[in-house]
Write a protein of this length. Sequence first.
Length: 467
Amino acid sequence: MPIRFFNTYSRELEDFVPREPASRRIDLYTCGPTVYARAHIGNFRAYLFEDLLQRHLEARGYEVHRVMNLTDVDDKTIRGARQTGVPLSAFTSQFKQAFFEDCETLRVKPANEYPAATDQHYIEKMIAMIGDLVSKGLAYQAEDKSVYYRIKNFPDYGKLAHFDLEQLQSTGRVKNDEYDKEHVGDFALWKAWDEEDGDVGWESPWGRGRPGWHIECSAMSTALLGDQIDIHCGGVDNIFPHHEAEIAQTEGVTGKKFVRYWLHCEHLLVDGQKMSKSLGNFYTIPDVLAKGYSGREVRYALLRVNYRKPLNFTWEGMDEARESLGRIDDWLERLRTTANGPADHPSVSKGDEFESALDDNLNISGALGFLFETIRETNRAMDGGELDSNSANAWLQWWRQVNATLNLEPETTGLPAEVVQLAEERQRARLAKEWKKSDELRDKLSALGWDVRDTKDGQKVTRRAGA
Ligand SMILES: [Zn+2]
């Protein structure tokens, strides 16, 4: 069976055919966090769905090249920096660090690139794209000096979210501060500087200002992945206007189909309700860890429901996650014991039902159902002394394959806690491009007798010979 995904653009399950089937390379763009506060568990549900997607594609032999952007300039980040009285970059850097820390806790595979919107290179790319849109009549500078996208000149506008311009016109009320726009749905590409922006701003052909959120993703995805990509992900709340705008901007500039498959993750509810600070059901990863749960348990709890279904987060659900992982751990321990025992039969290959379930639009409940059915059956066989070491080894090997996708193996790194902690800090520093800090941490590890190497799969820490 081919891999199938539900494409938001067509509203249909489609066979997955990458842009260049022969190369096995897949370009994946995933909208990342706005770093004005610590991300909440709802955000991480989407990031974990993307992690599962990447790992499954890799299990099927694809080489996934993933980009996740960091939005480090917008109204919220500017307001936060002003309220705390620190420069914008200092304000956002703490939340970038926190984001990488949480990703690591949840065992999310790092993206190949984490471009930040305020990087001069990308600001220039955004300005170039906006200039191109203006010259094509797809954007205009309004009296308020901001530059807006002219949606009526892009006939496909609304196709992703499945509504038309008239609908938008009749539902939206023109707000006072938007009187300069030609159409209520026109969105800002470049926001003219105003007093509230303080020292945040860049020079452009339209005067001092800053980019709108949507153009950031168009610029960073085309800069790093080219004009066309295979898969673009985000949460359902990104569909409109963010992703609709990304299509209009990118295709307006390139004239080519931007994305082949749009995949969107449903909402996370907490105790059946929308998460909100006022309801007191708003949780970050450290909030959940503070209740005594591990990152691995949170990972399982947020992964176990298909991404197109709403997931209800509850503390009972966290306990169930713990119980399920306990069953996996006990099973692995029994298998390892049995694997040391006598061998009677040649081992047989264990098939790929787990992967086949995931081929079907990442049907994780089907895949986990198969895993636990397997655990039940092999446990029964071990109870009856009917499972020999060859078979136990074959199941252990099967588990390694499954675990490459789930990443739920119990923690046993074998490294001293202090070394693990320093290495994790260094990993975060590197992801945040804080090279000086990363070098200092390398020196600290070295002083303890541990060498660090940076490889394609991340850093490798090894005990130095003779240390
Ligand atoms: Zn985006």
